[in-house]
Ligand binder design. Structure first.
Ligand code: ACM
Length: 539
Protein backbone atom coordinates (compact mmCIF):
# COMPACT_ATOMS: atom_id res chain seq x y z
CA UNK A 1 0.00 0.00 0.00
CA UNK A 2 1.29 3.43 -0.83
CA UNK A 3 1.71 5.78 2.11
CA UNK A 4 -1.31 7.88 2.83
CA UNK A 5 -1.16 11.35 1.52
CA UNK A 6 -3.16 14.34 2.52
CA UNK A 7 -2.54 17.41 0.44
CA UNK A 8 -3.14 20.85 1.64
CA UNK A 9 -5.57 23.52 0.74
CA UNK A 10 -4.02 25.69 -1.93
CA UNK A 11 -2.06 22.83 -3.45
CA UNK A 12 -3.44 22.67 -6.96
CA UNK A 13 -4.64 19.29 -8.11
CA UNK A 14 -2.63 19.84 -11.24
CA UNK A 15 0.59 19.47 -9.30
CA UNK A 16 2.16 16.14 -10.05
CA UNK A 17 2.80 15.36 -6.39
CA UNK A 18 1.66 16.94 -3.21
CA UNK A 19 5.24 16.90 -1.97
CA UNK A 20 5.75 20.16 -3.83
CA UNK A 21 3.39 22.04 -1.57
CA UNK A 22 3.84 22.97 2.05
CA UNK A 23 3.92 19.91 4.27
CA UNK A 24 1.95 20.93 7.33
CA UNK A 25 -1.54 19.41 7.18
CA UNK A 26 -4.53 21.64 7.51
CA UNK A 27 -6.72 19.21 9.43
CA UNK A 28 -9.67 21.51 9.92
CA UNK A 29 -10.08 21.76 6.15
CA UNK A 30 -10.13 18.03 5.54
CA UNK A 31 -13.47 16.99 4.04
CA UNK A 32 -15.31 15.01 6.67
CA UNK A 33 -15.48 11.46 5.32
CA UNK A 34 -16.12 8.45 7.57
CA UNK A 35 -14.43 6.03 7.16
CA UNK A 36 -11.40 8.14 6.26
CA UNK A 37 -10.12 7.39 2.75
CA UNK A 38 -6.74 5.79 2.17
CA UNK A 39 -5.49 8.79 0.19
CA UNK A 40 -6.96 12.17 -0.42
CA UNK A 41 -5.84 15.44 -1.91
CA UNK A 42 -7.90 18.59 -1.76
CA UNK A 43 -7.45 22.20 -2.66
CA UNK A 44 -9.87 23.93 -0.32
CA UNK A 45 -11.85 25.17 -3.33
CA UNK A 46 -15.34 24.03 -4.14
CA UNK A 47 -17.14 23.37 -7.38
CA UNK A 48 -20.85 23.71 -8.00
CA UNK A 49 -23.02 21.13 -9.73
CA UNK A 50 -26.61 21.53 -10.77
CA UNK A 51 -29.36 22.52 -11.21
CA UNK A 52 -29.43 19.81 -13.87
CA UNK A 53 -26.93 17.04 -13.38
CA UNK A 54 -26.24 14.80 -16.34
CA UNK A 55 -25.23 11.31 -15.20
CA UNK A 56 -23.52 8.46 -16.98
CA UNK A 57 -23.03 4.97 -15.61
CA UNK A 58 -20.98 2.64 -17.78
CA UNK A 59 -18.67 -0.35 -17.76
CA UNK A 60 -18.93 -4.10 -17.16
CA UNK A 61 -21.25 -4.93 -14.29
CA UNK A 62 -22.28 -1.31 -13.84
CA UNK A 63 -25.96 -2.32 -14.10
CA UNK A 64 -25.54 -3.79 -10.62
CA UNK A 65 -25.15 -0.25 -9.39
CA UNK A 66 -28.31 1.03 -11.03
CA UNK A 67 -30.65 0.47 -8.03
CA UNK A 68 -28.21 2.15 -5.62
CA UNK A 69 -27.64 5.05 -7.99
CA UNK A 70 -31.37 5.44 -8.42
CA UNK A 71 -31.95 5.51 -4.64
CA UNK A 72 -29.07 7.94 -4.26
CA UNK A 73 -30.29 10.38 -6.90
CA UNK A 74 -33.78 10.33 -5.39
CA UNK A 75 -32.27 11.18 -2.02
CA UNK A 76 -30.37 14.09 -3.58
CA UNK A 77 -33.49 15.35 -5.31
CA UNK A 78 -35.40 15.25 -2.02
CA UNK A 79 -32.62 17.01 -0.14
CA UNK A 80 -31.35 19.58 -2.60
CA UNK A 81 -33.93 19.75 -5.36
CA UNK A 82 -31.28 18.55 -7.81
CA UNK A 83 -32.60 17.19 -11.08
CA UNK A 84 -30.74 14.25 -12.63
CA UNK A 85 -30.86 13.14 -16.22
CA UNK A 86 -29.01 10.29 -17.94
CA UNK A 87 -26.45 11.40 -20.50
CA UNK A 88 -27.51 10.89 -24.08
CA UNK A 89 -25.10 9.42 -26.61
CA UNK A 90 -21.87 11.43 -26.90
CA UNK A 91 -23.01 13.94 -24.30
CA UNK A 92 -20.45 14.76 -21.63
CA UNK A 93 -21.79 13.97 -18.17
CA UNK A 94 -21.32 16.02 -14.98
CA UNK A 95 -21.41 12.94 -12.82
CA UNK A 96 -19.46 10.14 -14.43
CA UNK A 97 -19.49 6.64 -12.95
CA UNK A 98 -17.42 3.96 -14.61
CA UNK A 99 -16.49 0.39 -13.91
CA UNK A 100 -13.16 0.12 -15.68
CA UNK A 101 -11.76 -3.37 -15.96
CA UNK A 102 -8.40 -1.80 -16.71
CA UNK A 103 -8.49 0.32 -13.57
CA UNK A 104 -5.80 -0.46 -11.05
CA UNK A 105 -8.19 -0.06 -8.17
CA UNK A 106 -8.10 -3.15 -5.92
CA UNK A 107 -11.31 -5.05 -5.06
CA UNK A 108 -13.87 -2.63 -3.58
CA UNK A 109 -11.44 0.26 -4.16
CA UNK A 110 -12.26 3.37 -6.15
CA UNK A 111 -11.07 6.74 -7.26
CA UNK A 112 -13.15 9.86 -6.95
CA UNK A 113 -12.21 13.13 -8.56
CA UNK A 114 -14.08 16.39 -8.36
CA UNK A 115 -12.61 18.99 -10.63
CA UNK A 116 -13.78 21.48 -13.23
CA UNK A 117 -17.52 21.23 -12.47
CA UNK A 118 -17.42 17.48 -12.87
CA UNK A 119 -17.34 14.47 -10.53
CA UNK A 120 -15.70 11.31 -11.83
CA UNK A 121 -16.08 8.04 -9.95
CA UNK A 122 -14.22 4.97 -11.16
CA UNK A 123 -13.65 1.48 -9.80
CA UNK A 124 -12.68 -1.92 -11.07
CA UNK A 125 -15.79 -3.53 -9.63
CA UNK A 126 -19.36 -2.35 -8.97
CA UNK A 127 -18.85 -2.55 -5.19
CA UNK A 128 -16.01 -0.04 -5.47
CA UNK A 129 -18.23 2.28 -7.45
CA UNK A 130 -20.90 1.92 -4.78
CA UNK A 131 -18.38 3.01 -2.15
CA UNK A 132 -17.35 5.96 -4.32
CA UNK A 133 -20.99 7.02 -4.32
CA UNK A 134 -21.16 6.66 -0.53
CA UNK A 135 -18.16 8.96 -0.25
CA UNK A 136 -19.62 11.48 -2.69
CA UNK A 137 -22.79 11.47 -0.60
CA UNK A 138 -20.81 12.71 2.39
CA UNK A 139 -19.17 15.54 0.42
CA UNK A 140 -22.04 17.45 -1.07
CA UNK A 141 -23.42 20.59 0.53
CA UNK A 142 -26.31 22.82 -0.48
CA UNK A 143 -25.26 25.38 -3.12
CA UNK A 144 -26.27 29.04 -3.09
CA UNK A 145 -28.50 28.76 -6.12
CA UNK A 146 -31.59 26.60 -5.69
CA UNK A 147 -31.18 23.02 -6.87
CA UNK A 148 -27.39 23.07 -6.73
CA UNK A 149 -24.70 21.39 -4.72
CA UNK A 150 -21.21 22.33 -3.86
CA UNK A 151 -18.51 19.72 -3.66
CA UNK A 152 -14.92 20.13 -2.52
CA UNK A 153 -12.35 19.98 -5.28
CA UNK A 154 -10.82 16.66 -4.34
CA UNK A 155 -9.08 13.52 -5.48
CA UNK A 156 -9.48 10.29 -3.53
CA UNK A 157 -7.80 6.93 -4.05
CA UNK A 158 -9.47 4.58 -1.65
CA UNK A 159 -9.65 0.93 -0.80
CA UNK A 160 -10.55 -1.14 2.26
CA UNK A 161 -7.98 -2.44 4.69
CA UNK A 162 -10.09 -5.55 5.40
CA UNK A 163 -12.35 -7.54 3.14
CA UNK A 164 -14.73 -8.61 5.97
CA UNK A 165 -16.40 -5.60 7.57
CA UNK A 166 -19.34 -6.87 9.55
CA UNK A 167 -22.19 -6.11 11.85
CA UNK A 168 -24.30 -8.72 13.58
CA UNK A 169 -27.86 -8.53 14.87
CA UNK A 170 -29.45 -11.01 17.26
CA UNK A 171 -33.13 -11.34 16.34
CA UNK A 172 -33.62 -14.38 18.61
CA UNK A 173 -33.75 -12.66 21.98
CA UNK A 174 -35.79 -9.84 20.53
CA UNK A 175 -37.36 -9.86 17.10
CA UNK A 176 -36.77 -6.94 14.76
CA UNK A 177 -39.17 -6.25 11.90
CA UNK A 178 -38.07 -6.46 8.27
CA UNK A 179 -38.19 -2.68 7.82
CA UNK A 180 -35.75 -2.21 10.64
CA UNK A 181 -33.45 -4.97 9.42
CA UNK A 182 -33.32 -3.20 6.06
CA UNK A 183 -32.62 0.13 7.69
CA UNK A 184 -29.83 -1.44 9.77
CA UNK A 185 -28.29 -2.81 6.55
CA UNK A 186 -28.72 0.48 4.70
CA UNK A 187 -26.91 2.33 7.47
CA UNK A 188 -24.10 -0.22 7.54
CA UNK A 189 -23.63 0.12 3.79
CA UNK A 190 -23.39 3.92 4.07
CA UNK A 191 -20.24 3.38 6.12
CA UNK A 192 -18.85 0.69 3.82
CA UNK A 193 -19.65 -2.40 5.87
CA UNK A 194 -20.14 -5.43 3.64
CA UNK A 195 -21.30 -8.34 5.85
CA UNK A 196 -24.54 -8.59 7.82
CA UNK A 197 -24.49 -11.53 10.24
CA UNK A 198 -28.12 -12.39 10.96
CA UNK A 199 -28.40 -14.43 14.16
CA UNK A 200 -31.68 -16.20 13.39
CA UNK A 201 -32.07 -18.98 15.94
CA UNK A 202 -31.84 -18.94 19.71
CA UNK A 203 -33.07 -20.59 22.89
CA UNK A 204 -35.65 -17.80 23.14
CA UNK A 205 -36.93 -17.93 19.56
CA UNK A 206 -36.57 -19.57 16.13
CA UNK A 207 -37.01 -16.80 13.57
CA UNK A 208 -36.84 -18.35 10.10
CA UNK A 209 -39.56 -20.25 8.25
CA UNK A 210 -38.53 -23.82 7.37
CA UNK A 211 -41.07 -25.68 5.24
CA UNK A 212 -39.95 -29.20 6.17
CA UNK A 213 -40.32 -28.44 9.89
CA UNK A 214 -43.31 -26.12 10.38
CA UNK A 215 -43.27 -26.50 14.16
CA UNK A 216 -39.99 -24.56 14.25
CA UNK A 217 -42.03 -21.42 13.77
CA UNK A 218 -45.46 -22.66 14.98
CA UNK A 219 -43.91 -23.52 18.34
CA UNK A 220 -40.35 -22.19 18.30
CA UNK A 221 -41.13 -18.61 17.28
CA UNK A 222 -43.16 -17.87 20.43
CA UNK A 223 -42.16 -17.76 24.07
CA UNK A 224 -44.67 -17.58 26.89
CA UNK A 225 -43.13 -14.40 28.32
CA UNK A 226 -39.87 -12.48 28.61
CA UNK A 227 -37.55 -12.04 31.54
CA UNK A 228 -37.82 -8.59 33.13
CA UNK A 229 -34.45 -6.85 33.45
CA UNK A 230 -31.93 -8.98 35.38
CA UNK A 231 -34.42 -10.96 37.44
CA UNK A 232 -32.87 -14.41 37.02
CA UNK A 233 -33.36 -15.70 40.54
CA UNK A 234 -36.08 -15.39 41.47
CA UNK A 235 -37.21 -15.20 37.86
CA UNK A 236 -39.60 -12.39 37.02
CA UNK A 237 -41.36 -12.51 33.66
CA UNK A 238 -43.52 -9.87 32.02
CA UNK A 239 -46.44 -12.29 31.52
CA UNK A 240 -46.77 -11.40 27.83
CA UNK A 241 -46.40 -13.89 25.02
CA UNK A 242 -43.66 -12.83 22.59
CA UNK A 243 -43.56 -14.08 18.98
CA UNK A 244 -41.95 -13.31 15.65
CA UNK A 245 -40.34 -14.89 12.62
CA UNK A 246 -39.44 -14.06 9.03
CA UNK A 247 -41.19 -15.77 6.13
CA UNK A 248 -39.08 -16.97 3.24
CA UNK A 249 -40.47 -14.16 1.16
CA UNK A 250 -39.32 -11.60 3.73
CA UNK A 251 -35.89 -13.18 3.89
CA UNK A 252 -35.52 -13.04 0.12
CA UNK A 253 -36.53 -9.39 0.27
CA UNK A 254 -33.85 -8.60 2.86
CA UNK A 255 -31.15 -10.55 0.98
CA UNK A 256 -31.98 -8.71 -2.26
CA UNK A 257 -32.08 -5.35 -0.49
CA UNK A 258 -28.67 -6.04 1.03
CA UNK A 259 -27.24 -7.19 -2.32
CA UNK A 260 -28.20 -3.87 -3.91
CA UNK A 261 -26.00 -2.30 -1.23
CA UNK A 262 -23.16 -4.80 -1.75
CA UNK A 263 -23.82 -6.37 1.64
CA UNK A 264 -23.72 -10.16 1.94
CA UNK A 265 -26.13 -11.59 4.49
CA UNK A 266 -24.60 -14.44 6.51
CA UNK A 267 -27.30 -16.45 8.28
CA UNK A 268 -26.55 -18.08 11.61
CA UNK A 269 -28.29 -21.32 12.48
CA UNK A 270 -27.04 -22.19 15.96
CA UNK A 271 -25.85 -25.69 16.86
CA UNK A 272 -25.38 -27.74 18.95
CA UNK A 273 -26.24 -25.22 21.72
CA UNK A 274 -28.63 -22.27 21.91
CA UNK A 275 -31.24 -24.58 20.42
CA UNK A 276 -33.99 -24.84 23.03
CA UNK A 277 -36.60 -23.21 20.75
CA UNK A 278 -35.96 -25.95 18.16
CA UNK A 279 -36.07 -28.63 20.88
CA UNK A 280 -39.40 -27.26 22.13
CA UNK A 281 -40.74 -27.87 18.63
CA UNK A 282 -39.00 -31.24 18.08
CA UNK A 283 -38.00 -32.67 21.51
CA UNK A 284 -36.87 -35.93 19.87
CA UNK A 285 -33.73 -34.04 18.75
CA UNK A 286 -32.61 -33.70 22.39
CA UNK A 287 -30.81 -36.28 24.51
CA UNK A 288 -33.56 -36.45 27.17
CA UNK A 289 -36.68 -36.31 25.02
CA UNK A 290 -37.98 -33.19 26.78
CA UNK A 291 -40.54 -31.73 26.97
CA UNK A 292 -39.19 -28.19 26.60
CA UNK A 293 -40.52 -24.70 26.45
CA UNK A 294 -39.05 -21.90 24.40
CA UNK A 295 -36.81 -20.18 26.96
CA UNK A 296 -38.10 -17.13 28.75
CA UNK A 297 -34.91 -16.49 30.69
CA UNK A 298 -31.53 -15.38 29.28
CA UNK A 299 -28.34 -17.40 29.71
CA UNK A 300 -26.68 -20.60 28.56
CA UNK A 301 -28.89 -23.73 28.56
CA UNK A 302 -27.86 -27.31 29.22
CA UNK A 303 -30.30 -28.77 26.71
CA UNK A 304 -28.64 -28.96 23.30
CA UNK A 305 -29.05 -31.11 20.18
CA UNK A 306 -28.15 -34.77 20.76
CA UNK A 307 -25.65 -36.04 18.14
CA UNK A 308 -28.10 -38.59 16.68
CA UNK A 309 -28.55 -39.42 13.00
CA UNK A 310 -32.01 -37.90 13.34
CA UNK A 311 -30.46 -34.59 14.45
CA UNK A 312 -28.01 -34.56 11.53
CA UNK A 313 -30.82 -35.33 9.06
CA UNK A 314 -32.87 -32.50 10.58
CA UNK A 315 -30.01 -29.99 10.44
CA UNK A 316 -29.09 -30.90 6.87
CA UNK A 317 -32.69 -30.44 5.75
CA UNK A 318 -32.91 -27.11 7.58
CA UNK A 319 -29.59 -26.00 6.08
CA UNK A 320 -30.66 -27.00 2.57
CA UNK A 321 -33.63 -24.64 2.90
CA UNK A 322 -31.36 -21.95 4.35
CA UNK A 323 -28.89 -22.30 1.46
CA UNK A 324 -31.69 -21.75 -1.01
CA UNK A 325 -32.41 -18.37 0.57
CA UNK A 326 -28.88 -17.12 1.20
CA UNK A 327 -26.29 -17.01 -1.58
CA UNK A 328 -23.56 -16.25 0.99
CA UNK A 329 -20.47 -18.45 0.72
CA UNK A 330 -20.23 -18.42 4.52
CA UNK A 331 -22.88 -20.08 6.64
CA UNK A 332 -22.57 -19.47 10.40
CA UNK A 333 -23.33 -22.52 12.52
CA UNK A 334 -22.82 -20.98 15.97
CA UNK A 335 -20.92 -23.54 18.01
CA UNK A 336 -20.60 -21.36 21.12
CA UNK A 337 -21.71 -22.03 24.67
CA UNK A 338 -22.73 -25.68 24.35
CA UNK A 339 -22.52 -27.29 27.82
CA UNK A 340 -21.56 -30.95 27.62
CA UNK A 341 -23.64 -32.18 30.57
CA UNK A 342 -26.41 -33.77 28.50
CA UNK A 343 -23.89 -35.55 26.28
CA UNK A 344 -22.02 -36.84 29.36
CA UNK A 345 -25.29 -38.36 30.61
CA UNK A 346 -26.55 -39.67 27.29
CA UNK A 347 -26.12 -43.27 26.17
CA UNK A 348 -26.55 -42.21 22.59
CA UNK A 349 -23.87 -39.51 22.81
CA UNK A 350 -21.48 -41.88 24.58
CA UNK A 351 -22.08 -44.52 21.91
CA UNK A 352 -21.09 -41.97 19.24
CA UNK A 353 -17.92 -41.19 21.21
CA UNK A 354 -17.08 -44.95 21.29
CA UNK A 355 -18.04 -45.58 17.68
CA UNK A 356 -15.94 -42.68 16.38
CA UNK A 357 -13.00 -43.27 18.75
CA UNK A 358 -13.32 -39.80 20.29
CA UNK A 359 -11.54 -38.85 23.51
CA UNK A 360 -14.35 -36.86 25.15
CA UNK A 361 -17.37 -34.61 24.67
CA UNK A 362 -15.19 -31.78 23.26
CA UNK A 363 -14.07 -34.10 20.50
CA UNK A 364 -17.71 -35.03 20.06
CA UNK A 365 -18.53 -31.36 19.46
CA UNK A 366 -15.67 -31.25 16.96
CA UNK A 367 -17.10 -34.36 15.25
CA UNK A 368 -20.50 -32.63 15.14
CA UNK A 369 -19.08 -29.49 13.52
CA UNK A 370 -16.92 -31.48 11.07
CA UNK A 371 -19.97 -33.39 9.86
CA UNK A 372 -21.81 -30.15 9.28
CA UNK A 373 -18.76 -28.74 7.52
CA UNK A 374 -18.62 -31.78 5.22
CA UNK A 375 -22.25 -31.18 4.38
CA UNK A 376 -21.72 -27.47 3.66
CA UNK A 377 -18.63 -28.22 1.58
CA UNK A 378 -20.68 -30.69 -0.47
CA UNK A 379 -22.99 -27.75 -1.23
CA UNK A 380 -20.06 -25.47 -2.12
CA UNK A 381 -20.39 -23.35 1.00
CA UNK A 382 -17.99 -22.60 3.84
CA UNK A 383 -18.48 -22.96 7.55
CA UNK A 384 -17.87 -20.16 10.03
CA UNK A 385 -18.40 -20.54 13.76
CA UNK A 386 -17.66 -18.97 17.15
CA UNK A 387 -14.25 -19.73 18.66
CA UNK A 388 -15.49 -22.72 20.72
CA UNK A 389 -15.27 -24.70 17.47
CA UNK A 390 -11.52 -24.84 18.16
CA UNK A 391 -12.15 -27.08 21.17
CA UNK A 392 -11.61 -30.74 20.38
CA UNK A 393 -10.01 -29.84 17.04
CA UNK A 394 -11.01 -27.41 14.30
CA UNK A 395 -12.85 -28.64 11.21
CA UNK A 396 -10.43 -28.65 8.25
CA UNK A 397 -11.66 -25.57 6.36
CA UNK A 398 -13.51 -23.73 9.11
CA UNK A 399 -13.26 -19.98 9.64
CA UNK A 400 -13.29 -18.84 13.26
CA UNK A 401 -15.11 -15.87 14.69
CA UNK A 402 -13.07 -14.93 17.74
CA UNK A 403 -15.31 -13.48 20.45
CA UNK A 404 -13.82 -14.47 23.83
CA UNK A 405 -10.96 -12.06 23.21
CA UNK A 406 -8.38 -12.45 20.45
CA UNK A 407 -6.82 -15.74 21.56
CA UNK A 408 -9.13 -18.00 19.58
CA UNK A 409 -8.40 -15.94 16.48
CA UNK A 410 -4.65 -16.09 17.12
CA UNK A 411 -4.72 -19.85 17.56
CA UNK A 412 -6.85 -20.37 14.46
CA UNK A 413 -4.63 -18.10 12.33
CA UNK A 414 -1.57 -20.00 13.54
CA UNK A 415 -3.25 -23.20 12.41
CA UNK A 416 -3.70 -21.60 8.99
CA UNK A 417 -7.42 -20.86 9.32
CA UNK A 418 -9.14 -17.62 8.41
CA UNK A 419 -10.53 -15.57 11.27
CA UNK A 420 -12.89 -12.68 11.91
CA UNK A 421 -12.17 -10.72 15.07
CA UNK A 422 -15.19 -9.83 17.22
CA UNK A 423 -13.80 -9.63 20.77
CA UNK A 424 -16.06 -8.71 23.68
CA UNK A 425 -13.33 -6.28 24.77
CA UNK A 426 -13.91 -3.86 21.85
CA UNK A 427 -16.87 -4.66 19.63
CA UNK A 428 -19.74 -6.02 21.72
CA UNK A 429 -22.22 -3.24 21.14
CA UNK A 430 -24.58 -4.67 23.75
CA UNK A 431 -22.05 -3.42 26.34
CA UNK A 432 -22.42 -0.04 28.02
CA UNK A 433 -20.91 2.87 26.11
CA UNK A 434 -20.67 5.18 29.12
CA UNK A 435 -21.04 5.09 32.90
CA UNK A 436 -23.96 2.69 33.54
CA UNK A 437 -25.38 5.23 35.97
CA UNK A 438 -26.76 7.39 33.18
CA UNK A 439 -27.43 4.68 30.61
CA UNK A 440 -30.33 2.36 29.84
CA UNK A 441 -29.86 -1.15 31.28
CA UNK A 442 -27.26 -3.15 29.33
CA UNK A 443 -25.74 -6.59 29.67
CA UNK A 444 -22.59 -5.19 31.31
CA UNK A 445 -19.07 -4.21 30.24
CA UNK A 446 -17.95 -0.75 29.21
CA UNK A 447 -16.98 -0.05 25.61
CA UNK A 448 -16.97 3.67 24.93
CA UNK A 449 -16.44 5.15 21.48
CA UNK A 450 -12.69 5.71 21.85
CA UNK A 451 -12.20 2.11 22.92
CA UNK A 452 -13.92 0.89 19.75
CA UNK A 453 -11.79 3.30 17.73
CA UNK A 454 -8.68 1.81 19.33
CA UNK A 455 -9.57 -1.74 18.29
CA UNK A 456 -6.78 -3.39 16.29
CA UNK A 457 -7.98 -6.55 14.53
CA UNK A 458 -4.46 -7.81 13.75
CA UNK A 459 -2.76 -8.92 16.97
CA UNK A 460 0.97 -8.16 17.17
CA UNK A 461 1.65 -11.81 18.06
CA UNK A 462 0.96 -12.92 14.49
CA UNK A 463 3.57 -13.19 11.75
CA UNK A 464 2.80 -11.43 8.48
CA UNK A 465 1.65 -14.73 6.96
CA UNK A 466 -0.61 -15.50 9.88
CA UNK A 467 -1.94 -11.93 9.89
CA UNK A 468 -3.07 -12.55 6.32
CA UNK A 469 -5.69 -14.91 7.78
CA UNK A 470 -7.41 -12.05 9.62
CA UNK A 471 -10.23 -11.29 7.21
CA UNK A 472 -11.52 -8.40 9.29
CA UNK A 473 -13.80 -7.69 12.19
CA UNK A 474 -17.40 -7.35 13.26
CA UNK A 475 -19.55 -5.67 15.89
CA UNK A 476 -22.07 -7.89 17.64
CA UNK A 477 -25.45 -6.57 18.74
CA UNK A 478 -26.90 -9.13 21.15
CA UNK A 479 -30.38 -8.18 22.21
CA UNK A 480 -31.25 -9.64 25.62
CA UNK A 481 -31.54 -6.06 26.89
CA UNK A 482 -32.30 -4.38 23.56
CA UNK A 483 -36.00 -4.73 22.84
CA UNK A 484 -36.68 -2.04 20.24
CA UNK A 485 -35.26 -0.65 16.98
CA UNK A 486 -34.61 2.69 18.69
CA UNK A 487 -32.53 1.04 21.35
CA UNK A 488 -30.62 -1.07 18.80
CA UNK A 489 -29.65 2.12 16.99
CA UNK A 490 -28.70 3.79 20.26
CA UNK A 491 -26.34 0.94 21.07
CA UNK A 492 -24.93 0.70 17.54
CA UNK A 493 -24.27 4.36 16.74
CA UNK A 494 -21.98 6.20 16.88
CA UNK A 495 -19.84 3.17 17.78
CA UNK A 496 -20.42 1.63 14.35
CA UNK A 497 -18.83 4.74 12.80
CA UNK A 498 -15.65 4.16 14.81
CA UNK A 499 -15.51 0.49 13.83
CA UNK A 500 -16.18 1.36 10.18
CA UNK A 501 -12.97 3.37 10.19
CA UNK A 502 -11.03 0.60 11.96
CA UNK A 503 -12.09 -1.89 9.30
CA UNK A 504 -11.76 0.33 6.22
CA UNK A 505 -9.00 2.89 6.71
CA UNK A 506 -5.25 2.19 6.60
CA UNK A 507 -3.73 2.03 10.08
CA UNK A 508 -1.67 5.14 9.39
CA UNK A 509 -4.83 7.14 8.61
CA UNK A 510 -6.47 6.18 11.89
CA UNK A 511 -6.32 9.16 14.18
CA UNK A 512 -8.69 9.85 17.06
CA UNK A 513 -8.27 13.65 16.84
CA UNK A 514 -9.10 13.58 13.17
CA UNK A 515 -12.05 11.25 13.76
CA UNK A 516 -13.55 13.51 16.41
CA UNK A 517 -13.17 16.50 14.05
CA UNK A 518 -15.07 14.61 11.33
CA UNK A 519 -17.64 13.15 13.71
CA UNK A 520 -20.03 16.14 13.88
CA UNK A 521 -20.60 15.92 10.12
CA UNK A 522 -21.24 12.20 10.39
CA UNK A 523 -23.67 12.76 13.27
CA UNK A 524 -25.44 15.46 11.26
CA UNK A 525 -25.96 12.84 8.56
CA UNK A 526 -27.33 10.40 11.16
CA UNK A 527 -29.66 13.18 12.38
CA UNK A 528 -30.87 13.74 8.84
CA UNK A 529 -31.55 10.01 8.51
CA UNK A 530 -33.42 10.00 11.82
CA UNK A 531 -30.99 7.60 13.47
CA UNK A 532 -31.49 7.45 17.21
CA UNK A 533 -27.82 7.26 18.12
CA UNK A 534 -26.34 7.97 21.54
CA UNK A 535 -25.52 11.71 21.64
CA UNK A 536 -21.90 12.36 22.61
CA UNK A 537 -22.84 14.76 25.39
CA UNK A 538 -25.55 12.60 26.93
CA UNK A 539 -25.22 12.26 30.67
C1 ACM B 1 -21.34 -15.21 21.98
O1 ACM B 1 -21.32 -14.02 22.36
N1 ACM B 1 -21.89 -16.15 22.72
C2 ACM B 1 -20.79 -15.61 20.70
Amino acid sequence: MRPSRICLPAVALALAACGRGPTTPAPSEEPAIVPRPAELEYTGRTVTLGPDVVVSLTGPGSELLAPALDAWTREQTDRFGIAFRPASADEEADLVLTVESVSEAPPEGYTLEVEGERARLAASDPAGLFYALRTLGQLQRRGEAPGTWTLPEIRIDDMPRFRYRGMHLDVGRHFFPVDFVKRFIDLMARYKYNRFHWHLTEDQGWRIQIDAYPRLTEVGACRAETQVEKNFDPFVGDGRQYCGYYTKEEIREVVAYAAERFVTVIPEIEMPGHSVAALAAYPELSCTGGPFEVSTMWGVKEDIYCPSEETFAFLETVLDEVLELFPSEYIHIGGDEAPKKRWEESELAQAVIDREGLADEHELQSYFIRRIERFLTSRNRRLIGWDEILEGGLAPEATVMSWRGMDGGIEAARQGHDVVMTPTSHVYFDYYQADPEGEPLAIGGLTPLDKVYGFEPVPPELTADEAGHVLGGQANVWTEYIATPEHAEYMSYPRALALAEVLWSPVEMRDWESFTRRLPSALAELDRLGVRYRPLDRR
